[in-house]
Design a protein around this ligand. Structure first.
Ligand code: ZN
Ligand code: ZN
Length: 111
């Protein structure tokens, strides 16, 4: 079973995902788990302090992609907090694309 783009879009707009996303970021202490493993710390300042403009954007990543493992979509073990940079690397996409929302061709955990 795989999810269509539309099904995924619905999922990402779903309230249970929004709540879960918050929960996972809290669990991971607003740190990118990948950076942390490499001894770097990337904190989402935006979440911690809304007035800080130098924010690092964090995403909650599905280790097993939502598209192919919809049953694991809300499983804590399948979710981890990543910074946009690491998330990009994992998905093998060009960094710049993140900042061109109009040209964004896909809708992953970002929103
Ligand atoms: Zn990172
Ligand atoms: Zn991802």
């Amino acid at each position: 079973m795989t999810l269509t783009k539309e099904e995924r879009r619905i999922f990402y707009n779903n309230k249970s995902w929004r709540n879960k996303r918050k929960e996972i970021k809290q669990r991971d202490n607003y740190e990118c788990q990948r950076c942390k493993a490499q001894g770097k710390v990337n904190i989402d300042y935006y979440e911690k302090n809304k007035n800080d403009r130098k924010k690092i954007k964090l995403v909650v990543h599905h280790k097993k992609e939502l598209e192919h493992y919809p049953k694991l979509a809300l499983e804590d073990d399948n979710l981890e907090t990543l910074c946009v940079e690491c998330h990009n690397e994992i998905h093998g996409r060009n960094f710049k694309n993140w900042y061109q929302p109009k040209k964004k061709k896909w809708d992953d955990e970002f929103w």
